[in-house]
Design a protein around this ligand. Structure first.
Ligand code: GAP
Length: 449
């Protein structure tokens, strides 16, 4: 049986060290989660798969890792100070707070009272200050999207790489939003990671590139193991578009709590570069932007033929790491009733542990040393984490590794001490076979390549 309830996923995540409630020894803080030993590996594998597909497997995208703390001007001229808000409603009876679109029949979802305030905009950005003196001039934000620092670094990247259009800048990193009601486990949280690409194109070719990236990103999720029957493309209604977008298509996934956005692909036009550029009046800007007299840098490109400067358009595929993580867990969670086990059938490149090496008898020095050697040799192949599993009962070890998605278990027994052969067990088929050291190396490399 594939696909699961949220309760099953939350329970697996805690039991097997994927995700913990943050600050839980003090009662927990809503909307914040910590990633445990298995969670951090799965998250890193997901991010590295995205990075590979964007940077290493293409020749038109550069990487960036910009600061999280963002000076006020960036988020003022980007339009976030004015528009990055949700409509907040207070319940006067029970004092709870809601996003107005969460109300059911205009009543409080908590106490059902209809005695509510009118909606008012609540800005979702976290504010802070930089440096020892908090006098207003040091005012800053934790970035609400990774994108803005890609735009402010446009000229730095262009000058240091000699790129020509079309080209992209990709970044993975934290973003922060003071969500009014974080919910559905890691689906809507206050601190999360985004995998964002800003792909700069000639004005006029933007619609073609928008289509290209919608297709490309949809197929990428399928390659990660998402069943296309649970994916859907949804064109965002004109009235619901973000302030910077001319058109956005969301990749929707059927999460355990319902169908919601996994990734958004927006046509941001020239809005962002035009917002941040120096000498805005010199350009034919198509979007409505704030007047910016502070920027020191021209964020534009010169046409080689007529020598005129113009502001490129940008297409932005923006995916949430947490939402990807949740979708992949949901896809992989399998109850194998026939064999009374739960299996996390992740694609091998995403599995937190690639192989567990298990001495048949716990604390038997000869078996453990042999297992350590095998572990070290496989680890050196650099295909991901290999684990020495010296915790006893072989059946329990198999069960534990099925649940965390380890594709291969390698058992070291007394025969191994004689001829160095091992038994390898496949997570999905449960089939076992005996392999010599040379065969093991080949099998392992072939499996993950
Ligand atoms: N730069 C564009 C942008 O930030 P967005 O639709 O607001 O667009 C992009 O966010 C992606 O970030 C979403 O598709 C989602 O995967 C993820 N995301 C947004 N808010 C989130 C939250 N509160 N918790 C978890 N993920 C979130």
């Amino acid at each position: 049986m594939v696909s699961s309830s949220m309760e099953e996923l939350v329970s697996l995540c805690k039991r097997r060290g994927f995700i913990f409630q943050s600050n839980d020894i003090y009662g927990g803080v809503k909307g914040l989660y910590d990633y445990g030993p298995m969670g951090v590996e799965l998250k890193n594998n997901l991010k590295s798969s995205w990075w590979k597909s964007m940077i290493y497997e293409r020749d038109d995208i550069e990487g960036l890792d910009a600061s999280i703390l963002t000076g006020r001007e960036v988020l003022k001229y980007s339009g976030h100070e004015d528009t990055f808000s949700d409509p907040l409603v207070d319940c006067k009876s029970c004092k709870s707070r809601w996003k107005s679109d969460q109300l059911i029949d205009k009543s409080c979802p908590n106490c059902k009272s209809k005695d509510l305030t009118d909606p008012r905009p609540f800005n979702l950005m976290f504010k802070t200050s930089i440096g020892p003196v908090d006098d207003g001039s040091s005012f800053a934000y934790l970035r609400p999207e990774t994108a803005q620092q890609i735009f402010t670094n446009f000229k730095n990247v262009l000058d240091s790489t000699s790129r020509v259009l079309p080209f992209g800048i990709a970044q993975i990193g934290k973003a922060f939003r003071n969500e009014i009601t974080p919910r559905n486990f890691i689906f809507r949280v206050r601190e999360f990671e985004q995998m964002e690409l800003e792909f700069f194109v000639e004005p006029g070719s933007d619609e073609k590139w928008h289509k290209y990236w919608i297709e490309s990103r949809y197929h990428w999720w399928i390659e990660q193991g998402i069943n296309k029957n649970r994916l859907e493309l949804n064109e965002v209604n004109k009235n619901d578009l973000s302030h910077y977008s001319k058109a956005t298509v969301d990749i929707m996934y059927n999460f355990p709590h319902g169908k919601e956005e996994l990734e958004g692909i927006a046509n941001r036009t020239d809005f962002d570069l035009a917002s941040h550029t120096k000498n805005q009046k010199d350009f034919n800007i198509s979007s409505k932007v704030l007047k910016n007299l502070k920027s020191t840098t021209k964020l534009a490109i010169q046409n080689l033929e007529d020598k005129k400067w113009f502001i490129p358009y940008v297409i932005e595929p923006s995916a949430g790491v947490e939402r990807g993580f949740l979708a992949l867990l949901n896809e992989a969670y399998t109850v194998d009733d026939k064999n009374s086990r739960i299996v996390l059938a992740l694609k091998p490149h995403l599995s937190p542990i690639k192989a567990a090496v298990i001495p048949l008898k716990r604390n038997n020095d000869k078996l453990v040393n042999q297992a350590k050697n095998i572990k070290n040799n496989l680890q050196k192949l650099g295909l991901g984490r290999v684990m020495l599993e010296n915790s006893g009962n072989i059946g329990k070890n198999y069960r534990r590794h099925d649940e965390i998605g380890t594709p291969l278990c390698i058992t070291v027994d007394f025969e191994t001490l004689e001829d160095k052969s091992v038994t390898i067990r496949d997570r999905d088929t449960m089939k076992q076979q005996r392999l010599s050291p040379e065969q093991l190396k080949n099998y392992y490399q072939k499996y993950f390549d």
